[in-house]
Design a protein around this ligand. Structure first.
Ligand SMILES: [Ca+2]
Ligand SMILES: [Ca+2]
Length: 156
C-alpha cells in the first residue's frame, strides 16, 4: 500500500463523516400506530417472541384504564396487545433474558395501586409467569412531586 493510496482513503473517510453530519438521518412519526397516553410511564423495545421484529413493553397509568403493563406484539408493523397478565405499575419495566434461555423475560417495579412491587416474569414460549423472585421493592421518586413538596415546606 503506497502513501498516496492511504492518503486517498483517509480523505474519503473524512468526506463520508462530513456528509453524514451534513445530512443526518430523519425520523418520521408513525401515525398509524396508536399507543395509550400514560403517566409515569416506561417503554422499551424487545423481541419477546423471537420472530425478528421488535415488540413493545409499556407500563404506566391513565385516568381511563388505570395501571397497566402491556406487551404490544409487532406483526410486520401492526401492533396488537397480548394477554400477558402482567401487574400494572406506575414505575419501570424492562426486558432482559435473566435465565439465559434465549427469550426475553420482564422485570418491573413501581406502585401497583396497592403498594410498591417488584416482579420478574419468566417468558415460557410467549407466556409470562411471575417467578416470585422476592426482590426488593423499588420506587423511583418523582422529581416534580418532590420539588413541589420541598417548595411547599420551605415557604411555610
Ligand atoms: Ca417480535
Ligand atoms: Ca429468558
Amino acid at each position: 500500500m503506497n502513501k498516496y493510496f492511504l492518503k486517498k482513503q483517509v480523505l474519503i473517510l473524512i468526506f463520508l463523516l462530513v456528509v453524514q453530519n451534513l445530512f443526518p438521518q430523519t425520523f418520521t412519526e408513525q401515525t398509524g400506530i396508536s399507543l395509550p397516553d400514560y403517566l409515569v410511564a416506561s417503554v422499551s423495545w424487545g423481541d419477546y417472541d423471537n420472530d425478528g421484529d421488535q415488540d413493545i413493553l409499556l407500563s404506566g397509568s391513565s385516568f381511563d384504564s388505570g395501571l397497566k403493563t402491556i406487551i404490544y406484539r409487532n406483526d410486520s408493523g401492526v401492533f396488537s396487545i397480548i394477554n400477558a397478565g402482567l401487574a400494572g405499575v406506575n414505575g419501570q419495566s424492562s426486558w432482559g433474558d435473566y435465565d439465559n434461555d434465549g427469550d426475553l423475560d420482564i422485570v418491573l417495579t413501581g406502585n401497583s395501586g396497592s403498594g410498591i412491587i417488584s416482579k420478574i416474569y419468566r417468558n415460557d414460549a410467549g407466556d409470562y409467569k411471575d417467578i416470585n423472585a422476592g426482590i426488593a421493592e423499588v420506587m423511583e421518586e418523582f422529581p416534580g412531586v418532590i420539588m413541589t413538596m420541598m417548595e411547599t415546606w420551605t415557604s411555610c
